[in-house]
Design a protein around this ligand. Structure first.
Ligand code: UDP
Length: 318
C-alpha cells in the first residue's frame, strides 16, 4: 500500500506516518511546515519507505505528488490532515486555515480521483460547534457561529466535509470523513495553546494552571495512539465510501478536573489562575462513538491518566 499524508509533520500526521510505516506501507508525507515541525518526522525519516515533500496542499496536487504511477499500481490511501488545529494557531493563520481546508481539500479530492486512492478527510468535533445535542452523534448538524472567531476553522472543515461527500456522489471517489475529538499526546507543541500542553508545562514548572472561565466546560480527551488506530481502520476498510465517523474518547471531564489530575500526576500542588473564556468556546463536548465501534470494531483503550503520564514524560524531556 502507498499512503499520502498531508500535514505529515504535525502532531497527528507524524504519528500516522509512523504507524503506517510500521504496518509496512510506503508513505509520502507532505507538509508546508506552517505549524508542523520536521523533528516530528525523525522516526519516519529513518525508514527507506518514507519520502518527505515540503509543499503547500493549497497549491495544485501536481506540485506535491510527483509521480502517480506508484498509486495507480497498488492500493493507495490519501489522508488529508494538513491544517492548523489549535484555536491559537488557526486564529493566527485564519486565512491559510480556510485555504487548506477548502482549496486544499479540493486538490486532495482531485488527486484521489486521478489516482483511485481512498481519501480520508480529517474533520473535527468543531463541526458540531457549541452543541445542543450531547453526546454528539454523527447525525447532529451542529450549532456553529459562521462569522465568529472560530469560524475560519469550523466552517472550512464543514466545507471540506461537504466537498468530500459531494465528490463521492458526483465523481464516484471513495471519500470518507472523520470527525476528530480532542486528542493529546507526545509531539503536541508547547506553544500551541491547547489545554493539555498548557497544563502539563505549567505543572512541570510548578506554576499555576490557567483555567479559562470557571473551568466547568467539558472535553473528552483521546490518546493519540488510540486515535491513529481508529484512523487507519477507517482509511483501510472496504465499503465505507461517503461515511462520516466520530473518533474520540467518550470519557468526559471538566477543565477543572483535568487541572486537578494533571497537577497530581506531575507531583505538584494544585494552584489555579483564571483567564477569560474565549468567545464561542463550546460548553460541553463528548463524542458518541457507537458508529466507530460498529463499523471499525474500534474503541479507545488508553485511560486518561496513562496517556497524561506519557505526555508529561514527553514535556519533561523536551
Ligand atoms: N483552556 C483552559 N486553559 C488553557 C487552554 C485551554 O482552560 O490554558 C480551556 C479552553 O477554554 C477550552 C478547553 O480548555 O474550554 C479546551 O481547549 P483547547 O484549546 O485545548 O481545545 P478546544 O477543545 O477548545 O478546541
Amino acid at each position: 500500500m502507498i499512503a499520502y499524508v498531508t500535514g505529515a509533520a504535525g502532531f497527528v500526521g507524524s504519528h500516522l506516518c509512523d504507524r503506517l510505516l510500521r504496518d509496512g506501507a510506503d508513505v509520502v508525507g507532505i507538509d508546508n511546515l506552517a505549524t508542523g515541525a520536521v523533528e516530528n518526522l525523525r522516526d519516519a525519516q529513518a525508514s527507506s519507505r518514507f519520502t518527505f515533500v515540503q509543499a503547500d496542499v493549497s497549491e495544485p496536487w501536481e506540485t506535491w505528488i510527483a509521480d502517480l504511477s506508484a498509486a495507480l499500481q497498488r492500493p493507495a490511501v490519501m489522508l488529508h490532515f494538513a491544517s492548523p488545529a489549535s484555536p491559537v494557531q488557526y486564529e493566527r493563520l485564519a486565512l491559510q486555515t480556510m485555504a487548506v481546508n477548502a482549496v486544499g481539500t479540493m486538490h486532495a479530492v482531485a488527486a484521489a480521483q486521478a489516482s483511485g486512492a481512498t481519501l480520508l478527510f480529517a474533520s473535527t468535533s468543531e463541526s458540531y460547534g457549541d452543541p445542543h445535542e450531547h453526546p454528539q452523534r454523527e447525525t447532529y448538524w451542529g450549532n456553529v457561529n459562521p462569522v465568529g472567531i472560530r469560524s475560519c476553522y469550523d466552517e472550512s472543515k464543514r466545507f471540506g466535509e461537504a466537498y468530500v461527500t459531494t465528490a463521492v456522489r458526483k465523481l464516484g471517489i471513495d471519500g470518507r470523513v472523520v470527525r476528530i475529538f480532542n486528542t493529546y499526546g507526545p509531539r503536541m507543541q508547547a506553544g500551541d495553546g491547547r489545554v493539555i500542553p498548557n497544563f502539563c508545562i505549567s505543572a512541570l514548572r510548578g506554576e499555576p494552571l490557567t483555567v479559562y472561565g470557571d473551568g466547568s466546560q467539558t472535553r473528552s480527551f483521546c490518546y493519540v495512539d488510540d486515535l491513529v488506530d481508529g484512523l487507519v481502520r477507517f482509511a483501510t476498510r472496504s465499503g465505507l465510501a461517503g461515511r462520516v465517523v466520530n473518533i474520540g474518547n467518550d470519557g468526559e471531564y471538566t477543565i477543572r478536573q483535568l487541572a486537578e489530575i494533571t497537577a497530581r500526576l506531575a507531583g505538584t500542588e494544585l494552584r489555579l489562575t483564571r483567564d477569560a473564556l474565549p468567545p464561542d468556546d463550546p460548553t460541553r463536548r463528548k463524542p458518541d462513538v457507537t458508529l466507530a465501534r460498529e463499523l471499525l470494531d474500534w474503541q479507545p483503550t488508553t485511560p486518561l491518566e496513562t496517556g497524561l503520564r506519557r505526555t508529561l514524560d514527553y514535556f519533561r524531556k523536551g
